[in-house]
Design a binder for this molecule. Sequence first.
Ligand SMILES: Cc1cc2nc3c(=O)[nH]c(=O)nc-3n(C[C@H](O)[C@H](O)[C@H](O)COP(=O)(O)O)c2cc1C
Length: 329
Amino acid sequence: MKSQPFDLRLPVFAAPMFLISGPELVLAACKAGIIGAFPTPNARPIAQLDDWMKQITEGLAAARDAQPAATIGPWCANLVTHSSNTRLAEDLALVAKYRPPVVVTALGSPKPAIEVVHGYGGLVFADVTSIGLAKKAVAAGADGLACVSAGAGGHTGSLSPFAFVSAVRDFFDGHLIVGGGISDGWGVAGAIASGADYVYMGTRFIPVAESMAAPAYKQMVVDGTVDDLIVSAGITGTPASWLKPSLRALGIDPDNMPPPPTRHYDSSQPVSARKWVDVWAAGQGLGSIRSIEPVAAVVDRLVEEYGTARARLTGLPYAQPTVRARLAA
Ligand SMILES: Cc1cc2nc3c(=O)[nH]c(=O)nc-3n(C[C@H](O)[C@H](O)[C@H](O)COP(=O)(O)O)c2cc1C
């Protein structure tokens, strides 16, 4: 395992989410002491990406000046390296300009990002959903892997996170993020104990004050349970975990999903060009989310739960995380 290169309160990424994560969420996550990430296709047209990256870098510099002793996490840009994304070269030029300490590539090889990001000393992680893709990403020179497992929101994996981490650790000792259905500090401790270095937490940050999700979407995540989810490739062409009530609201029957369309991820097109932008995604960690709160409050609770879980692992006295205790919290 790599030693932790970042000063963090908790080894967690506020994972990049399409149409959800923007500068406000990234800045709140970094200021709360975790890693704040956003997918570059959320900023369209390209001039908006320049604005967002400027806002993030200036916001973090101001926060560090204001509170030199505070733990402020790094920011992370998530690039779509799928062949259908004709804007990749422009995104990479802005990555070179603003230098996010971490870049995560998704839906394609990490290769196109490596020269640029290594050029300024950043790290490239590749989002992968299988052992085969993990091996390819390592061979392409990725510094780290984001192992997206079963239970994840958005484009999901199908492997158990424990089996995935264990198999990857057989051939890779670099940075390893694991994600999928982890929404509390006990889950973070379990992931770290299993061999991961970080957790990729997306769904937990949909219903936060700083996310760009519509109020009704945030409430649907708060009200939802795992029974409200369906995994289907019928919306984007790649298997993803969707909220059934949002499908029904658009007249799509979750028991009769459309056939997978051709995959198309071109961020040079306006977001409105996407066929389905109002289908809402979430992962299996939604069950433990009870209210819409600011990121700082969520991270404070995650840190406390992580501490309890670590005490549990080391045999120290701890408060049993029963359902009742969680509800009282
Ligand atoms: C609404 C939503 C949108 C997402 N959009 C993206 C994206 O644009 N790029 C990406 O690499 N991953 C995306 N993801 C996946 C997350 O980055 C992360 O892998 C996942 O949320 C982890 O699982 P969890 O939701 O159970 O925490 C998305 C996830 C959700 C829930």
